[in-house]
Design a protein around this ligand. Structure first.
Ligand SMILES: [Zn+2]
Ligand SMILES: [Zn+2]
Ligand SMILES: [Zn+2]
Length: 199
């Protein structure tokens, strides 16, 4: 896509300013819960004429402009939308339309990764972690009273987000091994003056 693309959108008055984006869809004066936008203007939804374009108000008019970070040469960073040409697996670069329809696309910061590549990556990560754990003689005894939650099988650090209770069975996201989790709390003390001070 030409990164200088600038196509006038004659349907949208230039003095409209309330526009949100939802994927490729652009919505002006979005109605919420069945009520019109507080500016009283009618809601209009438009898909761009080509994927990778989004609506931008330039001067006193709306235009379709390029929003694909790959086309804009802004490196490998996050792209909210991508054009048709750049709609590819970030690992094997297979085009989205050439991948089986029912294959999982894993959303990543830079785009998506196809199921085959993700499976391959997961298998490599698992084998690496297990080999490293075996080489270092990692065992259950290395996982007692630790600051982080460690997998007793592969030593990978497990997320501690939202884990406030003991768990009888959890699965390691890296090696798939099962483990149980116990939480330990340490005691601390607070004193406050009660009654009168000693003479
Ligand atoms: Zn592009
Ligand atoms: Zn791939
Ligand atoms: Zn593990």
């Amino acid at each position: 896509m030409d990164k200088k693309t600038k196509i006038l959108i004659p349907e949208i008055p230039g003095d409209w300013t309330a526009r949100i984006r939802s994927g490729h869809l652009n919505i002006w004066n979005e109605a919420l819960h069945g009520r019109p936008h507080r500016n009283g203007l009618p809601e209009v939804r438009m898909e761009p004429p080509e994927k990778g374009l989004y609506a931008e108000r330039i001067g006193e008019a709306w235009y379709w402009v390029c929003g694909c970070e790959r086309c804009l040469d802004r490196g490998k960073g996050y792209s909210y939308i991508v054009c048709h040409e750049h709609d590819r697996c970030i690992t094997c670069h297979t085009h989205n339309t050439e991948l089986p329809k029912n294959m999982t696309r894993w959303g990543k910061r830079e785009g998506f990764r196809c199921g085959t590549c993700q499976d391959h990556l997961d298998a490599t990560r698992k084998a690496d972690a297990l080999a490293k754990a075996a080489a270092s003689g990692h065992s259950e005894s290395d996982c007692s009273y630790t600051d982080a939650i460690l997998c007793p099988h592969c030593a990978s650090e497990q997320s501690s987000d939202d884990r406030y209770e003991d768990e009888a069975e959890a699965e390691c996201g890296v090696c798939g091994g099962l483990y149980s989790l116990e939480l330990h709390y340490s005691v601390s003390y607070t004193t406050m003056v009660a009654g009168k001070a000693p003479a």
